[in-house]
Design a protein around this ligand. Structure first.
Ligand code: AMP
Length: 382
């Protein structure tokens, strides 16, 4: 393939958390070198990359130096400033494009993009003050979910409002000049589809995955999701269409609500590997991280065939702070795979790792990872 970035080349990642770590592991396995730009040191990605450059994303000189010595720049999170992506693009291909980040890092722009292209989303209003919040609550009804326009992930910057009387306090607590108020969706379940899209527009999909959240943070993913063939086909079609309309090169996750009357609404987009795709490492021929490498390097995409039903359970700081984790007991589950991200301090809500297993059914896989996680935290190791 002409113009492909081949093994031996150097891949640059902006962002240094667990998604970059698993990307770097996949890339190094395939013979690439990995450089990461990170505001911190000894990061989950930096620990496994060839080079960890410590600089803020606003340090444009550092971004330019970083981009000059890599063959392609990609991301592991979408909140990189547009100026950094634009500058990097002068020195190396940036995949996905900075414009993709610009749309998906801001809920108002993301919703406008989805509406403009006719994708179904929950009713919502843009809000700039507590007065506008009260007016919007009157229009959308309660309960409703107030979300900051920028920097929202894992339920951060998000408040459930049960009644008009909570409006002023919710606005103050959000501490943001711009927000989106969304009608509360009484969903039947949450689904996600992950799309890999290559430089030539070819696509490969995973899912739909079925996701359960706890305190707005992903807790469990099962695949395949127990939904009808029609919903499965609709979710895959819609995700492919979003990826094509956004002109993503790399990975895109589309998160859905499936309503009780069987309609799919798009909740969120993430232009990078996604927590709900972590089980692809152990359950699929090509995982989402290898697929990101292939996509951003202009290589053919790999098979997304799933070997067996699978489930993933997140390990949060919450699971690890209160007691000495019983790793031996966890590892006595012969088919449960442990993934830890190399983070030093377990804090509440912080994603520290995950467990995956495969089994004869998604339900069985889910019970295995949940039981294994329970044993990990149930008593101190001997
Ligand atoms: P988000 O950060 O927007 O993906 O939200 C995190 C989680 O909060 C979602 O996966 C849902 O479980 C829940 N959530 C967010 N928005 C809504 C909504 N409008 N209605 C019901 N639940 C929601």
């Amino acid at each position: 393939m002409s113009g492909s970035i081949l093994p031996g080349a150097t891949l640059g990642v902006l962002g240094s958390g667990q998604l970059g770590r698993m990307f770097a592991i996949a890339a190094r396995r395939m013979g690439y070198r990995v450089h990461v730009l990170s505001p911190d040191t000894d990061t989950p990605t930096g620990q496994v990359a060839d080079v960890e450059v410590n600089a803020s994303y606003d340090d444009l000189d550092a971004v330019a130096r970083f981009a000059r010595v890599v063959d392609v720049v990609t991301f592991e999170f979408e909140n990189v400033p547009a100026a950094a992506a634009a500058l990097a693009a002068r020195y190396a291909p940036v995949r996905p494009r900075g414009e993709v980040l610009h749309v998906t890092q801001h809920r108002v722009r993301e919703k406008a993009f989805l509406r403009q292209h006719g994708f179904p989303v929950a009713p919502s209003c843009v809000v700039h003050s507590s007065l506008e919040l009260r007016q919007s609550l009157a229009r959308l009804g309660c309960p409703a979910v107030l979300k900051t326009a920028g920097w929202g992930y894992d339920g951060k910057g998000q408040t459930l409002i049960q009644g008009l009387h909570e409006a002023d306090a919710a606005w103050l607590a959000l501490d943001s000049g711009e927000a989106v108020l969304e009608a509360f969706v009484d969903f039947d379940r949450e689904l996600s589809v992950i799309v890999a899209r290559g430089v030539d527009g070819s696509m490969a999909t995973y899912g739909p995955m079925e996701n359960e959240h706890h305190n707005h943070i992903l807790d469990i993913t099962c695949a395949p999701a127990s939904v009808s063939e029609q919903i499965c086909a609709e979710a895959l079609d819609m995700a492919r269409e979003v990826a094509a309309k956004l002109d993503v090169v790399g990975i895109l996750c589309v998160e859905f609500f499936l309503t009780r009357d069987n309609r799919l609404l798009i909740n969120e987009l993430a232009p990078r590997p996604h927590n709900s795709g972590h089980l692809t490492i152990d359950a699929h021929v090509t995982c989402q991280f290898e697929q990101q490498v292939r996509a951003v390097c202009g290589l053919p995409l790999g098979s997304t065939h799933q070997h067996r039903p699978a489930a993933m359970a997140n390990l949060l700081g919450d699971h690890l702070v209160s007691t000495e984790p019983n790793w031996e007991s966890l590892l006595s589950w012969p088919a449960v795979k442990l993934h830890l991200y190399g983070k030093h301090t377990p804090r509440l809500s912080r994603k520290m790792g995950h467990l995956t297993t495969t089994a004869d059914s998604p339900a069985m896989a889910k019970s295995y990872v949940k039981n294994a996680r329970r044993e990990l935290v149930s008593r101190a190791a001997n």
